[in-house]
Design a protein around this ligand. Structure first.
Ligand code: AP5
Length: 212
């Protein structure tokens, strides 16, 4: 299965991706995680680092090159779940070319729908455990006392507004693009994470009736 999670920052893409990858035995490919890993390793282009920290989008071609390499890894042989890519129509068109070159197609695009007023609150209180990668929320899903917590640079209030604006300006254009292809499934992203998971699975079941 090849599926894409689309949604604004804080809509729960990473939270849901972690559950789905366990369930389907396919990897999560998060361009945000890949960029943060390169940043932590000191190998990220300083220009991209500044763009990320300020809440902007890294240039399309850099992201396309990253995905082009990643989807050839052995763990992708049964499919993968894209989280945070594509984010623009040029990225979506490039993805289609990359997949067509490998005789692959997209099964479903899942749009997590959450109102902007809830997103800021989710992002500002998000913390991630450095060791496990587990995502927490200081109020709704508090971390255990022994977690080694990280606060993302782009989760500071001044960057959060810019990320939400970038989503509305660039990424929202993906929705009509995938709707026209009959791939888009809208999922209400509000409620307990496990309730959202049940809706996501329902939407995937509609994309794969034989698996439901
Ligand atoms: P990326 O890492 O992809 O960030 P994002 O899209 O902004 O999404 P987030 O990771 O912030 O949110 P999420 O939807 O995964 O939510 P989460 O599950 O963590 O990208 C970071 C940056 O990298 C970009 O800004 C850009 O600069 C660059 N980049 C990456 N890909 C790119 C691309 N393709 N092109 C160009 N640039 C790119 O949940 C958020 C919080 O809410 C958590 O605290 C969680 O516990 C909580 N939560 C989750 N679900 C629920 C729920 N149901 N109820 C209550 N709380 C919940």
């Amino acid at each position: 299965m090849i599926a894409i999670l689309v949604g604004p920052p804080g809509s729960g893409k990473g939270t849901q991706a972690k559950v789905l990858t366990g369930k389907f035995g396919i990897p999560q490919i998060s361009t945000g995680d890949m960029l943060r890993a390169a940043k932590a390793a000191g190998t990220l282009d300083p220009q991209y680092r500044a763009i990320m920290d300020a809440g902007g989008l890294v240039p399309d071609q850099a992201m396309i090159d990253l995905i082009d390499k990643r989807i050839d890894d052995a763990d992708c042989k049964n499919g993968f779940l894209l989280d945070g890519f594509p984010r623009t129509v040029p990225q979506a068109e490039a993805l289609e070319r990359l997949l067509a070159g490998r005789s692959l197609t997209i099964d479903a695009v899942l749009q997590l729908d959450v109102a902007r007023s809830l997103l800021e609150e989710r992002l500002i209180h998000r913390r991630t455990d450095k060791r496990s990668g587990q995502i927490y929320h200081l109020v709704y899903n508090p971390p255990p006392p022994d977690a080694e917590l990280e606060h993302r640079a782009d989760d500071r209030p001044e960057a959060v507004g810019k990320r939400l604006d970038a989503y509305e300006a660039m990424t929202a254009a993906l929705l009509p693009y995938y709707e026209a292809k009959g791939l888009l499934r809208r999922v209400d992203g509000v409620g307990k994470p496990e309730e959202v998971t049940a809706r996501v699975l329902g939407a995937l079941g509609r994309a794969h009736p034989e698996e439901s």
